[in-house]
Design a binder for this molecule. Structure first.
Ligand SMILES: [Zn+2]
Length: 454
């Protein structure tokens, strides 16, 4: 009875919020858990559950997996918007069943927050767990990658099939007793042998604690590693992404010694990881390579992560850059740096929750590679938000010339500081807590650039 009323009131809350134009991905779960605190263990499960976790890329991969399965005729329920703690997952379950608790879908595809995994995974018993990677993340929320590893290790059930990143010395070791398949990215033109990032955790051999050697290193601690002392090495990947062609939009992938070309969804290296993770999971689910290739043709990165616009001959890119997550911001800074053209960068990276609760910790910006923004083709950097002075200081420390930096404490007003003169591309990098505001920022930016071109 408890379960029935929890489902009923969650569904009513969902309908009411949708009428009000809200996304309703969290609160209905709060309602269900209030009425039935063990909702997740009681609710009837559909035939297959796939969970996606990891520090970076999990919303993108969750959406790619859900899109892939839907394109192949499956009925899917998912927390696509990234509500990935207990309430969000519960909300997705209340929508996956009828009022009387019968599953209405074939597959649940769930993004699961790493730290919240202990409250979720043991109760839903996933058939597949895909972990994208483990990096340093927000210190207040996630402490340290080794701590998060232990949380996941103790939360993932014994029977779950693991899809893991062979290039990550940490997450590749999750649940060593479980069946598994690995994905990886092979040597890239941009690779290095010594880490150039400010942060590289997990570079010590897990068996004998010697510093590992990298044959090539993509970024931070991801690459092809081996231990010079005991011989511990990266596991063999089932699928390895090799050459990505951003012009032709193709991606070469090696599988059992054979090369095959797939459509490229997006050329950022972190999205190549996301794509090869999807290919690996899809093959494990029994899809043949022709089906995978034809399905990938129509796929794209979810609009909450990446949007591309045009304004007065200038390309405008909107990238989600999670504040407090130094690796996510560094990846986007690097991505901006390697794109060709003369560029302006607009940053709105302050975690909005800080405004309510004052600041706990802003040291994360010293883990971010602001140095990537010190580039001759980046002509201007505009910072908007209440902590603009911290970002400005960090940019100056990275060697960016003061005359290139413009700041304003209001994100919308900061748009007026962007100077279109001589610019081919504008990059808007925004924190996930200002997702809604990012649309208004982008609209104003497009208007400003269009006006200037007249
Ligand atoms: Zn070793």
């Amino acid at each position: 009875m408890k379960l029935f009323f929890a489902t009923l009131f969650a569904k009513l809350a969902y309908i009411a919020l949708r009428i009000l134009g809200r996304n309703a991905s969290h609160f209905p779960g709060v309602v269900a858990l209030k009425l039935c605190p063990d909702y997740l263990s009681r609710v009837k499960k559909c035939p297959m559950t796939i969970c996606v976790t990891g520090t970076n890329g999990k919303t993108t991969v969750t959406n790619l997996v859900a899109d892939f399965l839907e394109a192949n005729g499956k009925k899917v329920a998912s927390n696509r918007l990234g509500s990935n703690i207990t309430e969000g997952v519960t909300c997705a379950y209340t929508r996956s069943v009828s009022l009387f608790g019968t599953p209405k879908v074939d597959v649940m595809v769930l993004e699961v927050d790493e730290r919240a995994s202990r409250l979720i995974l043991p109760y839903i018993g996933p058939d597949y767990v895909l972990c994208t990677n483990l990096f340093r993340d927000s210190l207040m929320r996630n402490a340290h990658p080794d701590y998060i590893f232990e949380v996941l290790e103790n939360s993932i059930p014994e029977g779950a099939f693991m899809v893991l990143n062979a290039d990550d010395p940490l997450s590749s070791r999750l649940k060593e007793g479980n069946e598994r398949m690995y994905f990886s990215v092979g040597r890239q033109p941009s690779d290095v042998e010594e880490c150039i990032n400010r942060v590289a955790d997990n570079t010590i051999c897990p068996k004998c604690q010697t510093t590992m050697k990298y044959e090539y290193l993509h970024y931070h601690h991801l690459g092809h590693y081996s231990c010079p002392a005991c011989g511990y090495t990266a596991p063999q990947a089932a699928y390895t992404a090799l050459k990505a062609d951003a012009e032709q939009l193709t991606l070469e992938v090696m599988h059992e010694g054979k090369l095959r070309t797939y459509p490229l969804i997006n050329d950022a290296l972190y999205n190549i990881y996301n794509e090869v993770a999807l290919i690996t999971l899809a093959s494990k689910l029994g899809y043949d390579e022709d089906t995978i290739e034809s399905t990938l043709k129509g796929m794209h990165i979810t609009g909450t992560r990446l949007r591309e616009l045009k304004a007065g001959g200038i390309d405008v890119y909107c990238f989600l850059s999670k504040g407090c997550n130094s690796v996510a911001c560094s990846r986007n800074f690097d991505n901006v740096r390697v794109h060709p053209g003369k560029k302006a960068v607009y940053l709105a990276l302050d975690d909005m929750s800080y405004r309510k609760n004052s600041v706990e910790f802003d040291g994360w910006i010293y883990d971010v590679d602001y140095e990537f923004l010190n580039d001759p083709d980046i002509l201007q950097i505009v910072v908007g938000g209440p902590r603009y002075a911290d970002h400005r200081l960090r940019l100056l420390m990275a060697g960016v010339a003061p005359e290139k930096i413009s700041c304003c404490d209001d994100e919308m007003d900061a748009v007026d500081l962007v100077e279109p003169e001589g610019i081919d591309k504008v990059y808007i990098l925004y924190d996930n807590t200002i997702y809604d505001l990012s649309f208004r920022i982008a609209d104003k930016m497009v208007r400003r650039l269009t006006e200037a071109a007249k």
